[in-house]
Design a protein around this ligand. Sequence first.
Ligand code: NAP
Length: 343
Amino acid sequence: MSDVEKLIIIGSGPAGWTAAIYAARANLDPLVFAGRPKSQPSTILPGGQLMLTTEVENYPGFPEGITGPKLMACFEQQAVRFGTRIVTDDGLNPDVSNPDDGHSYKYQDCKSVDFSSRPFKVVAEDDKVYLAHSVIVATGATANWLGLENEQRLARSGGGVSACAVCDGAMPIFRDKELAVVGGGDSAVEEATYLTKFAKKVHMIHRRDELRASKIMAERALSNKKIVMQWNKVVVDVLGDDSIRAVKLKDTKTDKESELPIGGLFVAIGHTPATKFLDGQLDLDSKGYIKLKDPYRSTTNIDGVFAAGDCVDSLYRQAVTAAGMGCKAALDAERWLADQGVH
Ligand code: NAP
């Protein structure tokens, strides 16, 4: 079957591109479904969540920091340099030499997969069917947002609204300010606790009067003198022109509205893994994350299908951990293909 790909990688965040770099260097000639820009309906955002981040200061190797889109362009260029191919509208590899040319609009998204028999089938959005001996799923997850217009505007412009305190919290714009975290789960507590290292005060805005977070984490937040609980409150608007100056809150019990002046807002209301397109063909946990057969590897319930990055990992969710998982998936795929006699 000469038209069967050795390896198809679905996803183009740190996990997908790292898998592609390793697979390409192992002569697996990987084919990547990189997804569509966020402005168009897609299962995958090309470049993943870092495309929505401004400065990345914790990715090793960049002592001065690097922007999220630039970092992902570097990943992509490195993958292409070793022979990675990308599925595009016109069937050609895009010119990835200029990271600012917005070339991602040409990428084809993956619409569906059929893992019921081998070779596996991966269907592009133009309905073309690609066959593969092995597949790595690295479609990531998206942070849930409140869905407010001003929240999105200030998140896009680097105006002090973020969905990741570990990524953005240490930036100078947040230092010694009063900040707010929305949510009442473990992530919200973790983010609020982390922010207390830099902030004057951190308000935790939660829609109920009891945290969802585990007991130990909840106690950590409640006993932290720098954390102020804003119980029974929802954010109904984010105020500020170029940067955030306050949030408008509504009390869920009394409907009374108030303004809370802050210098930064961190939304920590959960993530949604991009796994719907799998249509139940891989084992998922109750929240939709792909379950690995062996937690130390990248194997799934289907032999020859591997998974990596935030579509698997609801805990760490860092670019560097996703990249590590992508590396493991490529090495697992390489060994599995060799065992199958596919070279
Ligand atoms: P989560 O447990 O689902 O909590 C999400 C929080 O956001 C909940 O408090 C929820 O409120 C709130 N929320 C959801 N939608 C909202 C909306 N539209 N407006 C306002 N608030 C909203 O998510 P998570 O905290 O990201 O945790 C995900 C998983 O990772 C969990 O299993 C968690 O234990 C784990 N985790 C563990 C650690 C750790 O152990 N160190 C750290 C991070 C995450 P309600 O409570 O009212 O539903």
